[in-house]
Design a protein around this ligand. Sequence first.
Ligand SMILES: [Zn+2]
Ligand SMILES: [Zn+2]
Length: 358
Amino acid sequence: MVFLKRYVWGPVQDPGMRCPVCGGACIRDAPVVLESLPSVFSRCPRCRFRVLDKGAPLQGRYYATPCACNKRFIDEVFAHLYVIMVEEDVLTGKEPLRSVGSPLIHPGFFMTGPPFLPPDSLVLLSPRVTKSVAQRIVDEVPEVRGVVRSGDFVPGVTDATLTAAPRTYERLAGCDVRAGVFPTEAGPLVIYTQQSRMHIEFPRLKNPKIQSVERHLAEKSPAWCVDACAGAGTLGLCAARHGVRGVVLNDAWFAAAFWSAMNLHVNRMFFRIGEVRMLSTYHAMEEHPIGGEPVRVAEASGEQSITVYQGNLRELWKVLPPVPVCAILDLFDKSDKTSMSQVLEEWRSLVPGEVFIP
Ligand SMILES: [Zn+2]
Ligand SMILES: [Zn+2]
């Protein structure tokens, strides 16, 4: 059965904010996402479910269809995926159920129990599926919004000094954009990422990096914060959520800089700013995947000033205000002590203020 799920999108708030990956209305404002959380994955009184052993092969070739409320228990969705993968010879039928892959829930947030999935709420990461099987999954399994072929590495730029080329996973079918909800002491942030292009952060009840930034803000009350390796923008936007007057977000990797800008827009109502001006597009930025000289991709001002750049962090000093800043350096390659201390030393010699490693 082919579901018409691609046509049941929610309200479009702003035609300029269509999803750059699929053209749909994947990106909702933070309050819309937050309001949905209490009920988005809960069951209706008619929802049935069986709990399957993820460590054993699926018994029989059976799966339940979604309830009249359109939701289906995650284990039944896994059973459906397993049956397709056996039919398509991706699995032999002897592998455990969990071999279908890693489910990334949209929107992702800290949950106490397994979810009842509505349509379009799961991105599947699998190292085994092919493009044609992925397309069949997206066409036939209504809960799956996208399928990504994963590898045993972290996608995106993993090297602050940019000597290594970025690696990405492959989006095989559908859309791999999804939101995660990250609690802060000043209230939650809704952070969108694109799973094939960026590393995966799992929302937890307590996020140690957010807590570490919050402790630092409470202690130092900086007027300016620079999130120099921003990823999807979580830590810089956390500083903005706490009312830091000036915030600069930067990442060398185009997808990170783009989604930082989008996340500024999605959460704009939590900041004391006017309109967010997007100064570039995903496709324009994709032409220059690795930033060198910082290029401004989004800006917003008001009582707070929040700016997003795509650039090499070693060049970022050129665009910073001539005031002491608190630099949040969330470097990936913390294990590479030599290059990290070199980057830190250079930063300290060029930028007044302090460096903080969460
Ligand atoms: Zn999309
Ligand atoms: Zn139901």
